[in-house]
Ligand binder design. Sequence first.
Ligand SMILES: Nc1ncnc2c1ncn2[C@@H]1O[C@H](COP(=O)(O)OP(=O)(O)OP(=O)(O)O)[C@@H](O)[C@H]1O
Ligand SMILES: [Mg+2]
Length: 493
Amino acid sequence: MQFKQDFFEQLVGFYSQVYPLPISNPHWLGWSDDAAKLIGLQKPNDELLMQLSANYAAPGASYYAQVYSGHQFGGYTPRLGDGRSIILGEAIGPNGAWDVALKGGGPTPYSRQGDGRAVMRSAVREFLVSEALAALNVPTSRALAVIGSDLPVWRESQETAAITVRLAKSHIRFGHFEYFFHSERGDTGKLTQLVNFTIQQHFPHLSADAAGYKQWFHEVVQSTAKMIAHWQSVGFAHGVMNTDNMSIIGDTFDFGPFAFLDTFKEGFVCNHSDHEGRYAFGQQPAVGLWNLKRLAQALAPIIESNDLIVALNTYQAALVKQYLSLMRAKLGLPQPSSNSNILSEAAQVKQDQQDLHLVGQLTVLLEANQLDYSNSLRRFGQVDPNRSDSALRNDMIDVAGFDTWYKAYQDRVGEVADVDVWQGNRNGVNPKYILRNYLAQEAIIDIEESGDNRKLLQLQQLLSRPFDEQPEMEDFAKRPPEWGQGLIMSCSS
Ligand SMILES: Nc1ncnc2c1ncn2[C@@H]1O[C@H](COP(=O)(O)OP(=O)(O)OP(=O)(O)O)[C@@H](O)[C@H]1O
Ligand SMILES: [Mg+2]
């Protein structure tokens, strides 16, 4: 790995230097070739294992933990910071640099009561989902590897520690800006420095002046909206949308009790500690805006309030636009650009409303009929919109309700010229395989019980091609068995 150290060198006072502590008997549990390519690595080797398990120093690494704060479940915590993630620096890759972080690398000045470690089950889940989301084209941080150990750590019971090697284009969170606004109140200098750095590193097309700041915040609103639209389209529930887990570049970040929907449920809550359902699946779009408002507050000393509000007001439309684009592709509804007659603005608005309603009615049907979200969308690869019977109809209990919906759907899709091509396009955007919680759980149990990581590797391989039929893996597309339905994860990780 070849590092540069821009954050470390330019933002003194925004982090603490801290060395990771080794984990004993380190071994690769998982490695992502795709992530490795991003930073110019090929295959894993022993030396790298020793470096990434903190047993040897990595040449060129700086080792630091960043300071940030954030709103957690609606309340402000004045100081959080990387309590268990230690950054080595920005590894230079063929298409840009990626922060390399050892999540679970040991205590830092921000660990508070924590031990600085991650347990194997949570490290494995973060590894798997980072790479699975990337394969689904959802903007996300990545995972180079997950490293197991025999170091005991204590949660509800004794477990073993592991490290996820996270790659992120940025580790800057909304909470970084909140920290310098609330906790170091009045330090507009540091806030400005952080904004300038963020723009220079991640929004290089913008200038570090008033006009640039205004456009920058607008782009943060847009990318956050797009990220959440992606989540809603693939049925991903993040689980802990605290502002310290919102990346400033709109990548999905920090994987704890996340889950993909099995049975569609708008109010689905995947986080055991989320008693009020604050981060329920259907709440995510609203929470995204709430979080952006907290960011806007923190930026008010350097960006005009009116400009912040104007940008915030673009959130909903941006989210709907992205969501509609993704869902139209999934359902085979014509995209605006492919209409032979370009619609007037008013007609397009009406069309968007109708399409959104059509999509919403489908999810209502899925929920009422207790159907699996991903498998139901995958069915569109078997639907022939020219015919009145459909594969999806047979899954429904409320067939009459479905028929009403399907009629409206057929009217909207119109006559399909080449059904094979049309169905192929649906299969290209509706995954056959997703990281269902119970599948991750099975892989984790094997490692826990006998150190056997073959299921993990199999799952990783499978999810790297989520849209492809993989006939020998058919079982992995099934709905969860009874024990695996509605598995809810705790925050203790
Ligand atoms: N075992 C732990 N030891 C020390 N600090 C911890 C531990 N677990 C969580 N924290 C800290 O608690 C805060 C909130 O935790 P949260 O679960 O959002 O983040 P995380 O999963 O640890 O890390 P990240 O956001 O970097 O992915 C963060 O400051 C985090 O570093
Ligand atoms: Mg976090």
